[in-house]
Design a protein around this ligand. Structure first.
Ligand code: ASP
Ligand code: MG
Length: 447
């Protein structure tokens, strides 16, 4: 079994729906196709929810009707067969009526979650009607097998059990379509795996059926060795290990939801990142057997705030760090990078919504300094300490750039450092020129 997941832009228009169908039909093995909502739809649903919550029924009605018109137009263009279009109209009308009924209903989080699920339910139903005109596919409702527990975590045993029973009812079929993102919670209500959760769905489904491969189709050629928005000569990385992908996903290589590869990694299922609009591009394969590279890729994360706590009480004391970390725990703020000296600790956060409370709670610990507008630069690769020369190559190139913090040795796959965001583009370019032998540049510092 192969799992193919297509993101919002891949199903963003009639033309793209057709492209997706072409890609699926080229896969000559049994497959489960996981779709996101059409691009922009989930954002519209979020706005609709905001309007319902604030009681702005006029705007809510405008949004609901506009969405319905858009869908009818898509169905009309997509479906050649009158019967298919009729079925689409019946389906769309039911969903339109459901949304309209929510305008008068009392707004609750249950209503909110039902609305959030609409995007994926509609995209998959339209796509199934289109597929029915050409080939033989089965639409599976993710609500029949995707299950989260009371902590919002996927219940993998239940998912596996239910999905295998459902598939066993369709032994003669080999193409299944289902929704990403949506699920049921422990109360049996409609729920979701949080924004961007369709990748996670694909990975959970792949793990549940022990898929041979999970393919994530988006609108870029896989993972790049550097950020193409700021650096000219980037290339897509052909293969990468799960460890490296996990480091990079967090640091802003936004192609994958960071959590989403965990189920695939646990079962050792390769994940292939592909471009729907350039299927001929090889893409990036994330797997355990990736040939090791000293430097695989570079990524940056902005909006970082550094907090330094300096205290002579820390010298040779125990339990100091625990108390500092408790402040962050109490303020529900996660820490990204940490460095310590004997008498000081520096750490970074990206969520500053409780910075005032954190600063207040840290007062008793020593002298506090806060710096903002910083960026973390993450270098991923096989950076084990016996790979000599890597750190000198990196920092030689950066001799004119002030570096605020360095973190190395946390894992063998990551070296991160903190710079002013105003230096970020220069840093990304210097490192790109220096660290990738593939580019054969004049400023090479190859390690
Ligand atoms: N449609 C959902 C979102 O935009 C889930 C996804 O596309 O991954 O967040
Ligand atoms: Mg998406």
């Amino acid at each position: 079994m192969i799992v193919l997941k297509f993101g919002g832009t891949s199903v963003g228009s009639v033309e793209n729906f057709r492209k997706v169908a072409g890609i699926i039909n080229d896969v000559k093995e049994p497959k489960i196709v996981v779709l996101s909502a059409m691009s922009g739809v989930t954002n519209t649903l979020v706005k609709l929810i905001e309007n319902l919550e604030s009681g702005d029924t006029n705007n809510a009605l405008v949004q609901i009707n506009a969405l319905n018109e858009k869908y009818i137009e898509v169905a009309r263009d997509l479906l050649d067969d009158d019967n298919g279009f009729y079925k689409a109209q019946v389906f769309l009308n039911k969903h339109h009526q459901q949304l309209l009924s929510m305008v008068t209903e009392k707004f609750t989080t249950t209503v909110e979650r039902i609305i959030m699920a609409e995007g994926e339910l509609v995209s998959t139903n339209l796509f199934q009607l289109f597929m029915e005109e050409h080939s033989d596919s089965v639409l599976l409702s993710a609500l029949d097998f995707m299950q989260i527990d009371k902590y919002g975590e996927p219940n993998t045993n239940v998912i596996q059990d239910r999905l295998s029973k459902i598939l066993a009812n369709h032994l003669s079929k080999d193409t299944f379509i289902t929704q990403g993102f949506i699920c049921r919670n422990e109360k049996g209500e409609i729920d979701n795996l949080k924004r961007g959760g369709s990748d996670y769905s694909a990975s959970l489904i792949g793990s549940a059926v022990n898929a041979k491969q999970i393919q994530i189709w988006t609108d870029i050629d896989g993972m790049h060795n550097n950020d193409p928005r700021y650096v000219d000569q980037t290339f897509s990385v052909q293969e990468i290990s799960f460890h490296e992908a996990a480091e990079l996903a967090y640091f802003g290589a936004k192609i994958l939801h960071p959590q989403s590869i965990i189920p695939a990694q646990e079962k050792n299922i390769p994940v292939l990142l592909k471009n729907t609009f350039k299927p001929e591009c090889k893409g990036t394969l994330i797997h355990n057997k990736a040939r090791s590279e000293k430097i695989r890729a570079i990524a940056a994360k902005d909006n970082i705030t550094a907090i330094k706590i300096k205290s002579y009480r820390m010298l040779m004391a125990y339990g100091f760090l625990k108390k500092v970390f408790e402040v962050f725990e109490q303020n529900k703020t996660s820490i990204d990078m940490i460095t310590t000296s004997e008498v000081a600790i520096s750490l970074t956060i990206d969520n500053t919504s409780r910075l005032n409370e954190i600063t207040r709670d840290l007062q008793g610990f020593g002298n506090i300094e806060i710096d903002s507008e910083l960026s973390i630069i993450c270098i991923a690769g096989d950076l084990a300490q016996n790979n000599k020369g890597i750190t000198s190559a990196i920092f030689n190139g950066l001799k004119d750039i002030p570096v605020r913090m360095i973190s190395y040795g946390g894992s063998n796959y990551n070296l991160s450092f903190l710079v002013k965001t105003s230096d970020k583009i220069a840093v990304l370019n210097i490192l790109n020129q220096g660290l990738f032998p593939e580019l054969k540049t004049e400023n090479a510092l190859y390690v």
